[in-house]
Ligand binder design. Sequence first.
Ligand SMILES: Cc1cc2nc3c(=O)[nH]c(=O)nc-3n(C[C@H](O)[C@H](O)[C@H](O)COP(=O)(O)OP(=O)(O)OC[C@H]3O[C@@H](n4cnc5c(N)ncnc54)[C@H](O)[C@@H]3O)c2cc1C
Length: 347
Amino acid sequence: MPESNVNSPALQPDMLHSDVSLRSLNTFGLEAKAERYYRATSVDSLKRILKVEQPSLVLGGGSNLLLTKDVEGLVVHVDIRERRLLQEREGCVLLQAGAGEPWHEYVMHTIAEGYGGLENLSLIPGVVGAAPIQNIGAYGVELKDHFSGLKALNRETLEEEFFDENSCKFGYRASCFKGELKGKYIITHVRFTLTVDHHDHRLNYGDIRSILEKSGKSPSPKSISDAVVAIRSSKLPDPSEIGNSGSFFKNPELSESEFLALQKLRPDLRFYELPENRYKIPAAWLIDQAGWKGHRRGAIGVHDKQALVLVNHGGGKGEDLWALAKEIQQDVEDKFGVKLNPEVNVI
Ligand SMILES: Cc1cc2nc3c(=O)[nH]c(=O)nc-3n(C[C@H](O)[C@H](O)[C@H](O)COP(=O)(O)OP(=O)(O)OC[C@H]3O[C@@H](n4cnc5c(N)ncnc54)[C@H](O)[C@@H]3O)c2cc1C
């Protein structure tokens, strides 16, 4: 990845800058300019800039974004740092983190403090404030499993509001902030309830259990996190080496009749059963079977080991990546009758 320019003296926080390159601020490493750019390090600073101008884009770690063009108007980069212990209850703690805390570093911090719950979500890129937007998930755990509310700034009224789990309407890679409240709030703080002892370990996903057995380590937040980091590092391309945004599409969910029709066409179909007679199909399998894995078109393409990951080998353009994504989407629909929906936010 190119050198970060965020900390350069020319780009001081809490000040407005013009014509700023966003290349180092998105994990695809795509070139796009922000007409105006403001890095807010506090709620007051956010309020100050919102009084002047509403952002065209709210930016966290840029790891779930496809920038297809320059951003007209203002990019507000939320960089509020805070790590607070709000309450200790029997066997658990209530924590609050600032939206700008880097997610993985924050997970490491909770583990070092002896708290359990977030370990399966280790090594997910991005920052704390964006994690509820798509209810991040990995290895059998979702953000909502340890979520205890969030604080968000209403962009219109500039009031700070509290959202509990119900009001966030979490779903699979979804929340109200990606749905009906999209673009209406800026998340400033997120709260978690984590365990102090009697941790609820989730070992039945990926190779977590077998890695622990091989190493002879008993399950703990630290040993599970180490296993998750090892699995992820061996499977997923590192954005610092090859530009990407993780899974580009969501895994489609089918009704029973849709599923049975597809299974008739492809008896080798991979699937997971969901409640209420619904079925989840791995999007990676569909893309692979459609022949796209490892496809390369100049500087952009599909990763050769992970069909769900679109990549920028260097110097690629966001608009070309989006054109490729749409081609894959159409081809999968033509071949399997299944519509793939992007997980990544396309700008
Ligand atoms: C290699 C790799 C692996 C990944 N693995 C996973 C995985 O296992 N599971 C998973 O769920 N995701 C995964 N992701 C996707 C991504 O890391 C997460 O979605 C992450 O939470 C995005 O955080 P971010 O700070 O980078 O968000 P950004 O990309 O900066 O923003 C994402 C969206 O949230 C909005 N937003 C950001 N901050 C705020 C805020 N404070 N208030 C309101 N809106 C905001 C943005 O406008 C945008 O629409 C992966 C990505 C990569 C590159």
